[in-house]
Design a protein around this ligand. Structure first.
Ligand code: KIV
Ligand code: ZN
Length: 510
């Protein structure tokens, strides 16, 4: 009989708080719907007290979800817990996740509290949260650098106070599988089966997944993880790796998860599309090369018998085939079917909208690939207030002419015509756009990549901008890379406006 390992997804909280990964409320809801399709057990949607944006995201995710539990993080303070509960008002299955640090280093330097005070605060916090719900999780931050006897004492006390799950985070990614296994074995022996033991492993030494699995073998039954392994610093344990290891090595892991693995790839792609951060090509499970066999000897082996070099089937993670699929004669039905195969479900109304965009693209481009469709979906995933609206952009240049550009743009509804010049057409168009943008806005990084083959390939442009320490990423894809570059910058500017508004409302940053 295989025991179940619960999947607690923190992509929208720990993942989202990493630089470059922030999402607005709409984007969080869209990703939460993907996580629901994956069938995760619990979604941590944010840290309610930290900002209006987090509060609203938890509220909207709670309204949108039917299956998974929804959690909000909170310190063990009444004000935090009240806010978490208020944000979870619409959740069908709410969970309050309270935490306080328990290691000597954190208690002394950060909290300036003694062990007894931390213990008391932890118990009081759990008792207070239990007034709202019996679904309370407690985390001992920096648990792996905590004195084990004190950690056990805290865990036992909060369980007595009502905690259903005790989470043992490797907050700084410091432990190793052997050491962590010993710690979990010890805690399991102390706690018995009075609460579920959860683990939350960071990846600073590249051991997040290995440590989580060692903990599962030692008695933990919940893992906290993120899509694509995103999270603070080097990230968290990656969900797709954890799940596929458990599934692929059944001989070693007599466990199961409820994850519908066919939604792994679409969810990973949706996250990349929303944040503009691509996964490295050689990333396990979801990297571009994870199922690509390049060496002749490997290709030959796979053609004769897949199992020679493939330990997992690409279709098990929902990897779409790269074959040519749709063209300008394809209808709505074909589009809907293909989108569903890629893991995207849309209402009739949404399909109508997407279909119009699809037809416009098909008129320009003979062959529509899966990646092209994903770009259409990306445009739907990106939602924001539109302070800047690019109405037209024209450019000229060549070997003998200085590149120049003219644009028409609306800023807060007011129209401007600007001219620019530069080292190339993109530089010239950016020069023109910059004339309607505050000087403080800096372009940090810019990249173009071809997302399909052929000289009519769509160019995917990603641009990172920054103002007063607030970063924003914009993306656009088009067969014309100069126009895509202009649209990506405008996209980044609109996202920056939204992020600045959210920052203004921030009360507390973690
Ligand atoms: O890494 C950590 O310790 C955390 C806790 C708040 C669970 O993210
Ligand atoms: Zn963490």
């Amino acid at each position: 009989m295989q025991e179940k390992v619960y999947i607690f997804d923190t992509t929208l909280r720990d993942g989202e708080q990493a630089p470059g990964f922030s999402m607005n409320v709409d984007e969080k809801v869209k990703l939460a719907l993907h996580l629901q399709r994956l069938n995760v057990d619990c979604i941590e949607a944010g840290f309610a007290i930290t900002s209006e944006g987090d509060f609203e995201a938890i509220t909207e995710v709670s309204k949108a979800l039917k299956g998974p539990e929804v959690a909000s993080l909170a310190r063990v303070r009444e004000k935090d817990i009240d806010r978490a509960w208020a944000a979870l008002k619409y959740a069908k299955k709410p969970r309050i996740h309270v935490f306080i640090a328990t290691s000597d280093i954190h208690m002394k330097h950060k909290l300036e509290m003694e062990e007894d005070e931390v213990l008391e605060a932890a118990v009081k916090g759990v008792e207070y949260a239990c007034k709202y719900t019996n679904n309370v999780e407690f985390s001992a931050e920096d648990a792996t650098r905590t004195r084990p006897e004190f950690l056990a004492k805290v865990c036992k006390s909060v369980i007595k106070a009502g905690a259903k799950a005790v989470n043992i985070p490797d907050t700084v990614g410091y432990t190793t599988p052997e050491e962590f296994s010993k710690l979990i074995t010890y805690l399991k022996d102390e706690i018995k089966n009075k609460a579920i033991i959860s683990v939350h492993c960071h990846n600073d030494l590249g051991l997040g997944v290995a440590n989580s699995l060692a903990a599962v073998k030692a008695g933990a039954r919940q893992v906290e993880c993120t899509i694509n392994g995103i999270g603070e610093r080097a990230g968290n344990a990656s969900m797709e790796e954890l799940v596929m290891i458990i599934n692929t090595r059944k001989d070693l892991f007599n466990f199961k998860t409820d994850i519908n693995t066919k939604h792994i790839y679409p969810t990973s792609r949706a996250l990349s599309l929303i944040t503009g951060v691509q996964v490295q090509p050689n990333k396990a499970i979801v990297g571009k090369n994870a199922f690509a066999h390049e060496a002749g000897i490997h290709q030959d082996g796979v053609m004769k018998e897949k199992s020679t070099y493939e330990i997992m089937k690409p279709e098990d993670i929902g990897l779409p085939s790269n074959e040519l699929i749709l063209g300008k004669h394809s209808g709505r039905h074909a589009l809907r079917n293909k989108l569903e195969a890629l893991g995207y479900q849309y209402s009739d109304e949404e399909i109508d909208k997407l279909f119009k965009k699809f037809k416009a693209l098909a008129d320009k481009k003979k062959e529509i690939y899966d990646e092209d469709l994903e770009m259409l979906v990306a445009a739907e995933l990106f939602t924001m207030e539109e302070k800047y609206k690019l109405l037209s952009a024209n450019f000229s240049g060549g070997t003998d002419v200085l590149p120049s550009a003219t644009i028409e743009i609306e800023v807060d509804g007011k129209g401007f015509k600007e001219e620019g010049s530069g080292d190339g057409p993109v530089d010239a168009i950016y020069d023109a756009i910059r004339k309607v943008v505050p000087d403080k806005v800096r372009i940090d990084r810019f990249s173009i990549s071809a997302i399909t083959g052929g000289s009519d390939a769509q160019g995917e442009v990603t641009v990172f901008i920054e103002e007063d320490g607030i970063g924003s990423v914009g993306r656009a894809a088009k067969t014309d890379i100069v126009i895509a570059s202009a649209e990506a910058l405008v996209n980044a500017l609109n996202r920056l406006v939204l992020k600045k508004k959210m920052k203004e409302k921030k009360e507390y940053g973690v």
